[in-house]
Design a protein around this ligand. Structure first.
Ligand code: NAP
Length: 479
């Protein structure tokens, strides 16, 4: 196929990626955005397939060595695994799945760098005692290998922490940062020495050394970070996997891989920054502070007694409420209470109340977690209200129903300067006229700290699984 047409297809694919990403920033258009990006990727893959014979001829002088069968096996296996994972993995395990996918992206880039190094450097030196790979190619090979290795092992550690295969607590030891700096210096030294003289006997060992160092570095970079911060780490790893893919694109001289890698790298960084802002923490604080090492650390002791209520008690208040806001959190995802929450919302509306759903940017365990769950339950997008839009009006809300949220409604973040989460923006539910908190017990949230909201005068705790509690409220309304 004509090289100009291939490049044109790549430009079309890149435009579709950009539009797809833009659409994914709103729940109303996210599905369409996913589809648009899928079409872009399909165009990119088909165009690359059609380009392969030309690339092979330019590189190998023949097209007979092209193994479409191997590519097909890989695509079929990947499609089956991807379909099964998407169908079988619970919504609550989505961050773990994203962590693994980032890891796969990292190892792919590492393998691309390794394969090109073996072919263009090791094999050509063995035959001709010289290499055709220029300094830029060697540099990009190292970037794809080093960033890919860090992404691979770092993502696996993030997965293991979230899955609780290993403890979620930060593993910190003296001299950790110095060790990490030494590892980076070691990897860069290997890269520079090989680039200076790729024909040296030691070069191949140095290459393996660089791979080993990058994998170890990924482990040491992530183990000091607490499980609570893993979603941020995953977003950062997502960005790294994009940068590694971008470097791999330079290695194999494929423009669409360069562009898509750069897009993933940039969007991962933007998401990381948004998450840090929503938690009022800097990225360096997330990466290096060992946050989450001690539970219940810091913060004033909470005094008073939490007052319990039954669903029947809550029914009488809700029945006369004219405005109700649901504030979902991680417990909604655990209880899978989104469908029954929507049903209760509809009953409240039939009863004359104005109903909305307030979304905190870091509620749950991944960005957009609550949006996805509520969209799955067909809650109208118009009813979803961002934290910054609900807070100015929250004093006029009759009832706030906190469904399995804890940290994101913790007033200590606003009022207690000694609290570890002080400064994190919250949904000010404590300012609503009445607050019902639906949770199983007095368990702490992800940050592992007490929540003064539960002890406030206008708060009532309804203990039990959120789905069961809301179902009881629905039954009360229906009866
Ligand atoms: P949270 O603070 O983790 O609290 C969740 C609460 O849900 C728990 O206190 C738990 O209390 C309750 N719960 C669990 N299962 C339940 C069930 N079946 N029914 C009813 N309640 C249940 O959640 P959050 O308020 O959503 O806050 C999210 C946290 O994750 C924040 O600290 C945020 O900074 C952090 N984080 C999120 C992201 C993100 O992208 N979303 C990224 C980084 C960090 P009981 O055990 O007593 O039931």
């Amino acid at each position: 196929m004509n090289a100009g047409l291939i490049e044109l297809s790549y430009i079309v694919a890149a435009i579709l990626f950009i539009f797809g990403l833009k659409m994914m920033s709103s729940p109303a258009t996210a599905r369409k955005g996913n589809f648009v990006s899928f079409v872009g990727m399909l165009i990119a893959i088909v165009a690359t397939f059609l380009y392969l014979p030309q690339l092979a001829e330019a590189k190998l002088g023949t097209v007979t060595d092209l193994h479409y069968d191997w590519i097909a096996y890989g695509m079929i296996a990947g499609t089956i695994i991807g379909l099964l994972a998407a169908r079988l993995i619970a919504m609550t395990s989505m961050p773990e799945m994203v962590a693994l996918l980032n890891g796969f992206g990292g190892i792919s880039s590492l393998l691309v760098g390794w394969a090109v190094y073996q072919y263009d450097v090791v094999a050509t030196i063995a035959i001709k005692n010289s290499t055709s790979a220029d300094t830029l190619t060697l540099a990009t090979i190292f970037l794809s290998v080093l960033i890919g290795g860090v992404t691979f092992s770092g993502s696996l550690i993030a997965w293991a922490k979230l899955k609780e295969v290993i403890g979620g607590k930060p593993t910190v030891f003296p001299g950790q940062h110095i060790l990490n700096i030494l590892l980076v210096a070691g990897a860069v030294t290997c890269a520079v020495m090989i680039t200076k003289d790729p024909t040296a006997d030691i070069a191949n060992y140095l290459f393996w050394g660089a791979i080993g160092i990058s994998v170890v570095l990924g482990v040491f970079a992530v183990i000091p970070i607490g499980g609570a911060d893993m979603p941020v780490v995953i977003s950062l790893m997502n960005s790294y996997s994009g940068l590694a893919a971008c470097a791999a694109g330079f290695v194999v001289k494929n423009n669409i891989l360069i562009v898509s890698g750069a897009l993933v790298g940039a969007s991962g960084v933007i998401l990381t920054v948004i998450m840090c802002k929503a938690m009022n923490r800097s990225l360096s604080n997330v990466l290096f502070s060992g946050f989450g090492g001690a539970s219940s650390s810091g913060g004033k002791a909470v005094e008073g007694e939490a007052k319990a209520a039954s669903p029947e008690d809550a029914y009488y208040v809700l029945e006369s409420a004219s405005s109700v806001v649901f504030v979902p959190g991680y417990g909604l995802a655990v209880a899978q209470a989104q469908h029954v929450a929507r049903e209760l919302g509809e009953l409240l509306e039939e009863n004359g109340a104005e109903v909305s759903y307030a979304i905190h940017p870091v509620a749950g365990r991944m960005p957009g977690h609550m949006n996805v769950l509520l969209a799955e339950a067909n809650v109208s997008y118009d009813q979803l209200i961002e934290m910054d839009d609900i807070n100015p009006n929250i004093e006029n809300i009759d009832v706030a129903i906190v469904v399995g949220a804890n940290d994101v409604v913790n007033p200590a973040a606003r009022d207690d300067e000694t609290s570890p989460i002080y400064g994190m923006p919250i949904i000010n539910v404590d300012k609503a006229r009445t607050v019902y908190v639906l949770k199983r017990g007095m368990g702490m949230g992800f940050a592992g700290i007490q929540n003064p909201l539960f002890f406030k005068e206008n708060t009532r705790m309804i203990f039990g699984d959120a789905k069961g509690t809301i179902q009881s409220l629905v039954d009360e309304f229906k009866n």
